[in-house]
Design a protein around this ligand. Structure first.
Ligand SMILES: Cc1cc2nc3c(=O)[nH]c(=O)nc-3n(C[C@H](O)[C@H](O)[C@H](O)COP(=O)(O)OP(=O)(O)OC[C@H]3O[C@@H](n4cnc5c(N)ncnc54)[C@H](O)[C@@H]3O)c2cc1C
Length: 419
């Protein structure tokens, strides 16, 4: 059998947002790299399709012109100006992401079908420093002192690619994570989600607010309705896997029941039509105990590193952000010729976790609160009456210090007393 041998500094497995994030910044640093992708782009990814300010901020760092392109394409990227929370008792609270906006302010978030958005990112990976093999199959990963070798089958040709650094950007079921960090194979905090595309949903906000519904039928998970650019809506549910297992839930049935019977939601779906099938996928949520996300000659990014926000389910922003941080750590490693576990622990794990620590902590609290419907009802009732509480909740989306408040019991006592 004829085997092609390649030698490269950095090999990335996976070309989703995390792999693209690594590649953008490696190209910026003029570091040659190879990307191996199983699918052929454009490819779909089950998702709520909502991108937050973190996505925008990383893309702006990679190339400020890219976001301008996104803003111009209004048929595929819908700007979103706020969020609506609906409590189990049916009361809701709508809050703008940026109440101080002017006519020139750009929307802090946007909704874009992943089929389009990931392809947009994929095309932006093109650079003289990046070689992509898509539709490629990873057969095995071998470790040797100071190198990782990956056996890849691409268009009938076998490749043995030796790399100084392997980056696992291969999503929820990462084979790189399984190879290097066995205890991460099953994460107790993981969640599952369903996504459905609908047309004809009524009652959508004029300013494209995303909607999070904490329905009694779905708690401690939630149902989302996100508007899309073409008159459609991305509708889905997310729930902790252990709850699904324990209660032996059929998540699809739960979602369909809520869409038909919930008094607030049902009437809005009376004439709505389901487009395509309902698809499910895992969400590897960030856990309280920080797991290693690098080691000798490897790093994990995005879902492979379990970086999904445990409250919002947001993972695109953290995938791009960890990709950027991985590229920065790799650049420093190359400068020092150091690809060791100790170096990456400091240059990568510490950097990522310290940047995300506060928001992840707040999200873990919020996730816990969702177990108590009365608490969600109370918070939304009070926020509707209290301007200062509304401002705190707005701050959750714009200001990490504000999010910190949510981790303090005093916040809930004050809210309860309406102070
Ligand atoms: C139901 C649901 C709703 C969600 N909603 C949102 C939301 O609204 N907003 C948000 O920000 N996040 C959301 N997320 C999370 C978000 O989808 C992920 O966090 C994000 O896709 C992570 O990006 P990634 O690049 O790490 O992984 P992925 O997007 O999964 O990309 C991984 C890539 O690696 C490739 N790959 C995998 N295995 C191999 C292999 N062996 N060899 C080669 N290539 C391989 C895959 O084909 C894929 O292209 C949601 C997730 C789910 C499941």
């Amino acid at each position: 059998m004829d085997i092609q041998k390649l030698d490269i500094g950095v090999l990335i497995i996976g070309a989703g947002p995390a792999g693209a994030g690594v590649s953008f910044f490696l190209s910026k640093f003029k570091i040659p790299h190879i990307v191996i992708e199983r699918e052929v782009f454009p490819r779909d990814k089950v998702c709520g399709d909502a991108c937050s300010g973190k996505t925008t901020s990383v893309l702006n760092k990679a190339n400020p012109e890219w976001m301008e392109e996104v803003y111009r394409n209004r048929t595929q990227y819908l700007p979103s100006w706020g969020v609506k929370f609906a409590a189990p008792n049916g009361n809701s609270l709508s809050i703008p992401f940026n109440p101080k906006r002017t006519k020139t302010t750009k929307a802090p978030g946007f909704i874009a079908p992943r089929l389009m958005f990931d392809n947009f990112l994929f095309e932006k990976m093109e650079s003289p420093y990046c070689t992509i093999y898509q539709g490629a199959q990873v057969k095995s990963i071998y470790t040797a002192p100071d190198k990782v070798t990956v056996h890849v089958l691409h268009e009938g040709v076998d490749y043995m690619i030796a790399a100084d650094i392997l980056v696992g950007a291969d999503g929820d079921k990462s084979i790189v994570r399984k190879k290097f960090i066995v205890e991460n194979e099953v994460s107790k905090t993981s969640a599952v989600g369903l996504r459905a595309y609908y047309e004809g949903v009524t009652g959508m906000s004029r300013e494209n607010y995303i909607e999070l519904h904490f329905l009694p039928e779905i708690l401690p998970g939630y149902l989302w309705i996100f508007p899309m650019g073409n008159g459609m809506a991305n509708v889905g549910v997310g729930m902790l896997s252990e709850v699904v297992r324990k209660r032996k839930l059929n998540l699809r049935d739960e979602m369909m029941y809520a869409l038909k019977n919930n008094p607030q939601i049902g009437p809005r779906f009376e004439d709505a039509k389901l487009i395509d099938k309902v698809y499910g996928w895992g969400l590897p949520l960030a856990a309280k105990k920080k797991k290693p996300i690098s080691g000798d000659n490897f790093l994990l990014v995005g879902d492979a590193a379990c970086l999904v926000d445990p409250f919002t389910g947001e993972g695109i922003g953290n995938a791009l952000f960890s990709g950027m941080k991985a590229a920065e750590a790799i650049r420093r490693g190359i400068e020092r010729s150091d690809f060791s576990r100790l170096f990456f622990k400091d240059a990568y794990d510490k950097e990522v976790y310290s940047a995300l620590a506060d928001e992840l902590k707040a999200s873990m609290w919020l996730q816990k609160i969702c177990k108590y419907p009365w608490m969600v009802n109370m918070l939304i009732n009070k926020a509707n009456k209290s301007h200062s509480l509304q401002e705190t909740i707005i701050g959750m989306f714009t200001d990490v210090d504000m999010r910190q408040q949510l981790t303090k019991p005093s916040f809930y006592i004050k809210a309860l007393l309406n102070k």
